[in-house]
Design a protein around this ligand. Structure first.
Ligand code: ADP
Ligand code: MG
Length: 696
């Protein structure tokens, strides 16, 4: 695949080779990432103008674009310099005026001689009670009128590129469309009734009505699929590369896992069992595992992780689990300790806070293989951390890390299996776009017996009632999180708000009952505050969003979120997920400061209506669009030109399995269909994929 296939040359020529495009227009188009005729083809029309001939403009709903045959009656010259030149015309049922500004009279009299018949096409509107057409798009003698297209596609324009120019250039680009071999699976093509690629483009650029602009038309759906398929091919190629690098086969005998299962106070859910089995199968295989474990807050990911770690230990190796914050690492450590003891494995923790001597000892034990499982923060992946035999690396709550760190981690234990866990439900289409190179296990079933959380949206003007309610709840032995407003992206401002609230609540509810935790606390203070709350010494924990992820205190059953309208949906869902874990009925109070913006109101409503993380994620996607949900810059999420991730999620998953199937059968894309797929990769400028093919 060293060079671009010759058949594609016409589509990769300079833009200036297209009719009507000069250097200036070419530069304007480059501004919107259109560098070749091929790129231009992917700009599909968003509207269509109906220029079918009609008898008269009479009775039309103005303004509208119309095409009629007229007789020219008279010319009215401008009354003053710079005034309009008017031509009175008459069609079968009405008369109206053609209006021209800055026109040369002689030219107009030649174009529209009095008494002649002409076909005119343009936007007709009412002005001062009279119908007029300003600067018609077409004026032609009747016998030449067939040159006016019945339907005209309308394109999004960019500075310096007119509609006329776009039309002309696109006609030029369409004229040089090569017929390419089909890269889509023939069965899929037949089932969907999709046209071939070149036909799809021709059809998509020749809409004959609004219906033809729908993304569900066969032509458009096919073109969207091409885009998704190319993307999935790229991901699948990357995945193949990763897997070819030999992994380690870890197949435990189950003895440690059996002990832990016996020690658990509950039975695993079906979803947990499935995920555990999928992970074990991956670990047993000689390829390197790259798996994403997706499960809503409280779905029980931790025990799935533990089972995987024990599998690594049973197989004679070690496992590591990285959490995004100190608090979470510590909590994992504490939570896993009794189970590790039951299993008889050694568990240790490594954070950035360890004293030098302690750290040295821990590193030594890890290197000698005496430590079986290590939990920690980023500190785990520093250069001096060495394992005797790292088999499995787990990243918890990965959305706190960037995709970059995911790749960094992959390079740590050579060949070690990798499991990424995320508590942010991601709509399936986005998950596929972002993690298409990973396999996905889904915890779509919550542990039984969870009571739904009562969620109320309350104006902050009723703060006193909220505090009174809180006082009552505390006297009944309940515990509460109180999350303070995210005023700005500034810790300092957040902090002040949290400290003020802390003092106020302490004054009302009593000394010693209220704790405070925020990002600026010294680590030891933070731990102490968390521990006080965990053990129930404090009943209310005032916090900034540091408690957003993962913290697990089953007795906490009330979540108050101040200025909830300023948080994102995903974050609110995460926060709310901190409660509802115990026996008692939980409550979430979303306090807002009126007046609510439209977006704020909708977000809070979604939250009140559902607890289903995936439904919330879909709503988030619909409200904000794909880029914002993950943050395009750090997600590596591609920008699709035709495909719509919000609405074409189904196509994305077909594209993924199709891409994988194609590469399984033809890893180097050398079969007929494989070669065709290379054309697609070129057309879609999937440089990364092309490089992978070239090197491999
Ligand atoms: P998350 O997926 O958010 O990390 P956790 O692993 O912290 O969830 O689990 C949430 C809570 O549910 C924990 O207290 C855990 O002990 C409990 N849990 C996990 N699995 C089950 C189960 N199958 N049945 C009952 N409780 C469970
Ligand atoms: Mg967790």
């Amino acid at each position: 695949m060293s060079g671009r296939p010759e058949v594609l040359f016409p589509l990769f020529a300079g833009l200036e080779t297209l009719p009507g495009i000069g250097p200036k227009t070419a530069r304007a188009l480059e501004q919107i990432d259109v560098e070749t005729p091929g790129d231009l083809l992917f700009l599909l029309p968003y509207a269509v103008v109906d220029r079918r001939r009609r008898a008269t403009v009479r009775g039309l709903d103005l303004p509208v674009t119309a095409t009629v045959e007229v007789t020219v009656r008279a010319h009215r010259k401008p009354a003053s310099r710079g005034g309009a030149w008017r031509v009175l015309v008459e069609d079968e049922g009405a008369d109206f005026q053609l209006v021209f500004f800055h026109a040369r009279g002689g030219y107009l009299e030649g174009l529209l001689p009095v008494g002649s018949r002409r076909v005119v096409s343009g936007r007709i509107e009412l002005f001062d009670g009279a119908a007029q057409m300003v600067h018609p798009d077409h004026v032609l003698p009747v016998d030449e009128a067939a040159a006016i297209p019945e339907f005209e596609p309308v394109y999004h324009l960019t500075q310096g590129v007119s509609q006329k120019l776009m039309l002309k250039a696109l006609q030029g680009a369409l004229a040089r469309l090569p017929e390419l071999d089909e890269w889509i699976d023939p069965g899929l093509l037949a089932r969907e009734g999709w046209p071939g690629w070149a036909t799809a483009l021709r059809v998509a650029h020749a809409p004959r009505g609004m219906d033809d602009l729908s993304p569900t038309t066969p032509a458009r759906a096919r073109l969207a699929y091409d885009e998704l398929f190319a993307h999935q091919l790229t991901l699948a190629l990357a995945r193949g590369r990763e897997r070819k690098a030999r992994g380690i086969s870890s197949r435990g005998d189950g003895r440690l896992r059996a002990r832990v299962l016996a020690a658990l106070p509950y039975a695993l859910t079906g979803a947990q069992q499935r995920a555990i089995a999928e992970i074990a199968a991956d670990m047993a295989a000689p390829e390197r595992m790259a798996r994403l474990l997706q499960g809503d807050v409280g779905a029980g990911k931790t025990v799935v992780a533990l089972m995987a770690l024990l599998n690594a230990v049973e197989a004679g190796g070690q496992g590591a689990m990285m959490a995004p914050t100190e608090i979470l690492a510590r909590q994992h450590f504490e939570g896993l300790r009794p189970l590790a003891m039951a299993a008889g494995v050694t568990l240790d923790i490594l954070t950035g806070r360890d004293k030098a001597a302690v750290r040295r000892d821990r590193l030594a034990a890890l290197k000698r293989g005496e430590t079986h499982i290590i939990v920690g923060t980023h500190a785990l992946f520093q250069a001096d951390v060495e394992f005797a035999d790292l088999r499995l690396a787990i990243i918890d709550e990965q959305h706190r890390f960037g995709v970059r760190q995911r790749l960094d981690l992959a390079s740590k234990g050579a060949g070690a299996d990798m499991l990424v866990m995320t508590a942010t439900p991601i709509p399936r289409s986005l998950a596929l776009a972002q993690y298409g190179d990973m396999d996905v296990s889904l915890l779509d079933e919550k542990p039984p017996g969870r009571k739904p959380i009562r969620t109320a949206v309350v104006t902050s003007e009723r703060m006193d009632e909220v505090v009174a309610h809180l006082r009552r709840a505390i006297s009944e032995g309940r515990q509460c999180y109180w999350v303070c407003p995210l005023v700005e992206e500034s810790e300092i401002v957040d902090l002040t708000a949290a400290q003020d609230r802390f003092r106020q609540l302490r004054a009302v509810l009593g000394e010693g009952v209220v704790g405070l935790v925020h990002g600026q606390l010294a680590p030891a203070e933070k731990d102490a505050a968390m521990e006080d709350f965990q053990t129930g010494r404090t009943r209310v924990l005032v916090a900034t969003t540091v408690i957003e992820v993962g913290v697990d205190v089953p007795n906490a059953s009330i979540m108050v979120i101040e200025r909830a309208e300023t948080f994102g949906l995903a974050q609110l869902h995460q926060l709310r997920g901190r409660v509802g874990r115990g026996e008692v009925q939980s409550t979430c109070l979303l306090l807002y400061r009126p007046p609510l913006s439209e977006g704020g109101r909708r977000r809070l409503e979604v939250l009140r209506e559902t607890e289903d993380g995936f439904a919330i994620a879909e709503a988030d996607l619909a409200m904000r669009g794909a880029g914002d949900v993950i943050g395009v810059a750090q997600s590596g999420l591609p920008r699709f030109r035709i495909a719509d991730l919000e609405r074409q999620a189904g196509l994305m998953s077909i594209a993924q399995s199709d891409a994988r199937a194609l590469l399984a059968a033809d890893p180097a894309l050398e079969s007929g269909r494989g070669r065709a797929a290379r054309h697609l990769l070129w057309l879609m400028r999937q440089d990364r994929a092309i490089r992978l093919l070239t090197v491999g």
